[in-house]
Design a protein around this ligand. Structure first.
Ligand code: UN1
Length: 476
């Protein structure tokens, strides 16, 4: 049984849960401790008590610890990638790729710990000098989703530690395996006891404890808009710093002058890979009339050639949906799309394979209207809606007509339209002739509107959330 890590000790939980493989529901990945609110309280107390010591650690200590963590993750990428794919259901190459990303993130923030920034300025008053420096925020509560079981925890935990904060990490209930493996690696990196704590458990209990406790100075959350809104409300009540990454309904615009191969590849990858379970997935494909028929045809052909099977089987392109509840949600949206009058041109069916798992063929809806629920609400599954557009201006209008604003894409060979789109797309990230999903790890990540709240994650921009600025006035 895999235990929680609190104040430098591995502790039993109050209960345990089985971690079930979505590719084969008879396969139990392991049993994991479940903390309750009292144990979350212990973790918060430990992190709070450890904060002054870690805040006064040297940049070298922090860089060394993060570098050690990153090196071990990278060295074990095959093994951890297999664990990730087994518990979450993305394919093995995707699992290994994600683990490598997590390792590289720790390496990047090892460097960031050393690259400190500050300003020294003259005052407007005589004889006074000003210094602007950054200090740790204190203790950070990290609440992660299930769809990137190691990369998202990495891109929150690494900057938190790099900038001198202590951490209480609550992973998603569906993916304790990678969270535990990551915690185990961190536990051997030489951090003082209490600097990093793992509490696995239910959102309603452990997550809520992090939201409500005054000793948690900042909360970084990735998940749904509904939960994110509750996180923001709780943080506002006690004026805690908050950073939210939530949903998307990301558009991919395909213009008449697009390279059709590139456009179809971008669409298929963004919409269906990782089983469409990415907040950066392209779920609305907005296609100009002149290329519309050919695009729909090619998209169907390419999707029909994809192999939907066990995440660990060789040659699988798309693994299962993560859970029974999620496939129910996907299927109910597919039914809604049909009721709304969208034309289902491919897939959308629960299918069986050699092992019992949550297998769903990717669904392509054509002739959609942007007003349909399948074009407005995040489904978080392999469901793509193709929407016809009269011309570029109409496509841009449709792309921006959404409550979300995470990633947006355009496939075109026209410099004029690409430049215009980059400026006028209402999203945090714009992708030109590349998929909307699958981002780099060293540059800012985040969105606008209902997709994000607070400052950006990743890259040097992460410092904004994980530090607080101090302005010192010194008279000589
Ligand atoms: C990616 O597309 O590479 O939950 C990352 C998500 C995002 C991460 C996407 N926060 O899907």
């Amino acid at each position: 049984m895999n235990r929680n890590y609190i104040a430098g000790q591995w502790l039993e939980g109050v209960t345990t849960v089985a971690n079930i493989n979505p590719s084969d529901t008879t396969d139990i990945v392991g049993y994991y401790a479940q903390a309750d609110a009292a144990q979350a309280d212990e973790a918060i107390a430990a992190a709070h008590a450890a904060a002054p010591l870690w805040a006064s650690s040297t940049p070298q200590q922090r860089a060394d610890a993060l570098d050690r963590i990153g090196s071990e993750i990278l060295a074990r990428r095959e093994e951890l990638g297999r664990l990730l794919s087994r518990e979450e259901g993305k394919t093995l190459p995707e699992g290994i790729g994600e683990v490598a990303r997590a390792g590289n993130i720790f390496k990047f923030f090892a460097g960031e710990a050393l690259r400190q920034r500050g300003d020294k300025l003259a005052s407007v008053r005589p004889g006074i000098e000003i210094e602007v420096t950054r200090e740790p925020v204190g203790t950070v509560g990290i609440i992660a989703p299930w769809n990137f079981p190691i990369a998202i925890p990495a891109w929150k935990i690494a900057p938190a530690l790099a900038f001198g904060n202590t951490v209480v990490f609550k992973p998603a209930e569906l993916v304790p395996g990678c969270a535990w493996a990551l915690a185990e690696i961190i536990s051997r990196a030489g951090l003082p006891a209490g600097t990093f704590n793992l509490v696995m458990g239910r959102g309603a209990e452990v997550g809520q404890a992090l939201l409500d406790d005054w000793r948690i100075d900042a909360i970084s959350f990735t998940g749904s808009v509904a939960t994110g809104t509750r996180v923001a409300q709780a943080a506002a009540t006690r004026l805690a710093k908050v950073q939210l990454e939530m949903g998307g309904k990301n558009p991919m615009v395909v213009l008449n002058d697009a390279d059709l191969d590139v456009a179809v590849e971008c669409a298929v990858q963004s919409a269906f890979f990782s089983t469409g379970q990415r907040c950066t997935a392209s779920s609305r494909l907005i296609v100009e009339e002149g290329i519309y028929k050919r695009f729909v045809q090619r998209m169907r052909e390419r999707t029909a050639g994809l192999k939907i099977d066990h995440a660990l089987a060789t040659g699988t392109d798309i693994g299962p949906v993560v859970s029974g509840a999620q496939i129910e949600q996907d299927l109910s949206y597919i039914a809604i799309g049909q009721q709304e009058g969208a034309r289902l041109v491919h897939g959308g069916e629960a299918v069986t394979r050699a092992t019992p798992g949550h297998y769903l063929t990717p669904a392509i809806f054509a002739d959609c209207s942007n007003e349909m629920r399948i074009c407005r609400e995040e489904i978080f599954g392999p469901v793509a809606a193709i929407i016809p557009a009269r011309d570029y201006e109409h496509a841009l209008e449709l792309a921006n007509d959404t409550e979300f604003g995470l990633a947006t894409g355009i496939c075109s060979t026209s410099l004029k339209h690409v430049q215009h789109f980059k400026r006028h797309a209402q999203a945090g990230m714009v992708m030109v002739n590349v998929p909307t999903a699958g981002v780099d790890y060293h540059v800012p990540f985040g969105g606008r509107k209902a997709s994000s709240l607070g400052s950006r994650e990743q890259g040097s921009y992460a410092a904004e959330f994980y530090t607080t600025v101090k302005t010192a006035y010194v008279a000589g």
